[in-house]
Design a protein around this ligand. Structure first.
Ligand code: KIV
Length: 272
């Protein structure tokens, strides 16, 4: 039985850093509307991401590329209405970060219109200057390394990243440079667990993982995956939390508790 435990205090970046220092895990999920956001708030999800995955799970596209700033703003406002203490993070969509100035302008507008606390940006080393500029102007950012779905047309598919020695070393170096440039958090997607553990141990900022093993500071999954409503093949790193539960609230609470107890992800949801 999983009893929902609502958040008692507003989640902030210093607070997530403190959790990292204390070795306490935190739970993150994607949300796209008011109702699910409220449920997550009640279940103690610390960080709620309006991901550009909305292009796939809400709009039915094959990739995240068609998602616009207007889409993120629309869903961001809906999710913000359901949150009280959880941190709201917004994805910067494809084409919104083509220069530091454009990124700064787009992120400032999004934060103003939605009252989100932080933006997430794909692009890795290409976004160092943007991260540094955002930091100077008071915009909190979460960099995104490993599998970057916005690069799908260059990569030709979705694959685990950082398996070869050179690629792993490069990712560690980029993670350190991003922290140095002022990013506040890092998200690692589809990265071997040992590499994710090394990056997490090296950085002071909180590291969130999806398909990055158990030794990161926080976990994130796509809502539709944990509720088992995603069409087609399910990603290896995800888990159907509805199985054995009689309500969505129980499934989300179980996800939160399994993350906090270090039970999720286990080896079956992790890349070696
Ligand atoms: O868009 C999204 O939902 C994401 C997750 C995969 C973390 O970036």
């Amino acid at each position: 039985m999983y009893i929902p435990k609502p958040l008692e205090d507003k989640v902030t970046i210093p607070q997530l850093k403190k959790l990292k220092q204390q070795g306490e895990k935190f739970a993150c999920l994607t949300a796209y509307d008011y109702s699910f956001a409220s449920l997550m708030e009640d279940c103690g999800v610390e960080v709620v991401l309006v991901g550009d995955s909305l292009g796939m799970v809400i709009q039915g596209h094959d990739t995240t590329i068609p998602v616009t700033l207007a889409d993120i703003e629309y869903h961001g406002k809906a999710v913000a209405a359901g949150l009280n203490n959880a941190m709201l993070m917004l994805d910067m969509p494809f084409g919104s970060l083509n220069s530091p100035q454009q990124a700064l302008d787009n992120a400032s507008e999004l934060l103003k219109r939605t009252q989100a606390q932080i933006v997430k940006l794909e692009g890795g080393a290409a976004q160092l200057k943007t991260v540094e500029t955002m930091s100077r102007f008071g915009i909190a950012s979460c960099a995104h390394l490993g599998l970057q779905p916005q690069m799908v047309n260059k990569m030709g598919g979705y694959r685990v990243q950082g398996k070869a020695k050179g690629a792993a070393e490069q990712m560690l170096e980029t993670a350190q440079e991003l922290q140095q440039a002022g990013t506040d958090m890092l998200l690692l997607e589809c990265v071997p667990a040992t590499l994710a553990a090394e990056i997490t141990a090296t950085l002071e900022i909180p590291v969130i993982g999806i398909g990055a093993g158990a030794d990161v500071d926080g976990q994130i999954l796509v809502l539709h995956d944990i509720l088992n409503v995603t069409a087609g093949k399910k990603p290896k790193f995800s888990k159907n939390f509805m199985q054995g539960e009689s309500s969505i609230q129980a499934a989300i609470s179980r996800y939160v508790q399994e993350v906090k107890r270090g039970q999720f992800p286990d080896k079956t949801h992790t890349f070696a």
